[in-house]
Design a protein around this ligand. Structure first.
Ligand SMILES: [Zn+2]
Length: 319
């Protein structure tokens, strides 16, 4: 994707454009902001813009350089990203080695370090040296949604670019206009992703609205327990499901409190929401929220998910 194709991130893009236009690129950037907001996408767009073979204001997305970056095959654009919990010193040594070589075919060598808060102390110190004596024509982009865990010294060597969520209404409009989603789906995604476009698109790929409605049907609305099917799901999926359940009961609360219906997240299920709202009291809802919150914290503590969901389901159906 090029800068102009990225929606809703005008502020970070503006900062980067100004750096490029004024030929004031830093050796290190730190992109911060919530997960799923588009930090990595912007890092790649920056790599494309700096290496595009067409001499235009924005990356062309057609030249061999742009295409190679898009397919993660450009020899001068390195993405350091794995699901390991630590980024070790060997990785930074390798980066240092790569950096000392001339660019193979690009104008810039770019190193994108995703989840940079996973750098070990040794790796951070090593990276600090690289940032203190950068090679010309090289650029390092650190990406982190937990910048507080990074070494202060490393942060101080980087230009920090903050990414903020979009207003939900704005994201809803983007999803309708640019991704051709119907109003109900766009509204749900914009709210459930908390204004993060990347997260919204990932959820769309996962058919979240089908999953969500299945969950509500089986776990909340059906008198038969749907806990079994959910219990076999992965822990992260269970967490997502608990978040979905929270949106459901939050909506019931909003209806009962007589707040604006535009605030409903599950606006595709207004009838069922209204039915539940007449059945549940505010006290019931308080108890339900407490039970879901407890379930989320138990989940963090590695308890048996089957038992956890069974108990939660019992609590939801007490009333
Ligand atoms: Zn290009």
């Amino acid at each position: 994707m090029s800068f102009s194709a990225i929606k809703g991130l005008d502020k970070p893009l503006g900062i980067l454009k100004a750096c490029i236009d004024n030929s004031r690129l830093e050796a290190g950037y730190l992109f911060t902001g919530p997960e799923g907001i588009g930090k990595r996408q912007v890092a790649l767009a920056l790599a494309k813009k700096l290496n595009c073979l067409e001499d235009k204001a924005d990356a062309c997305s057609r030249c061999s350089s742009c295409l190679k970056i898009e397919s993660n095959q450009h020899p001068d654009v390195h993405i350091i990203s794995d699901d390991e919990t630590q980024i070790k010193i060997d990785v930074i040594r390798q980066l240092q080695k790569e950096m000392s070589l001339r660019a193979y075919e690009g104008k810039f060598k770019i190193f994108i370090i995703d989840n940079a808060h996973n750098l070990t102390a040794e790796a951070s110190n090593s990276l600090l040296k690289v940032l203190e004596e950068p090679s010309k024509g090289s650029l390092i982009v650190l990406i982190s949604d937990k910048p507080g865990l990074l070494f202060r010294t490393v942060v101080s060597r980087c230009k920090v670019v903050r990414f903020s969520p979009l207003k939900r209404q704005d994201l809803e409009e983007i999803l309708k206009k640019d991704y051709k989603l119907d109003t109900g789906y766009a509204h749900f995604l914009a709210y459930f992703s908390e204004g993060r476009l990347g997260r919204a698109l990932k959820l769309k790929e996962e058919d979240i609205i089908i999953k969500k409605n299945n969950l509500i049907d089986k776990f909340v609305l059906s008198s038969k327990s749907g806990a079994e099917s959910l219990a076999s799901a992965a822990r992260t999926e269970v967490r997502d499901s608990l978040n979905l359940l929270t949106t459901w009961f939050r909506d019931i609360y909003i209806l009962k409190a007589g707040m604006a219906q535009e605030e409903l997240i599950n606006s595709d299920r207004k009838i069922e929401l209204a039915q539940s709202a007449s059945r549940l009291s505010f006290l019931d809802l308080d108890a339900i929220f407490m039970n879901i919150t407890n379930a989320v914290s138990y989940l963090e503590q590695n308890v048996n998910t089957r038992l956890l969901l069974y108990n939660l389901r019992m609590e939801l159906w007490k009333g």
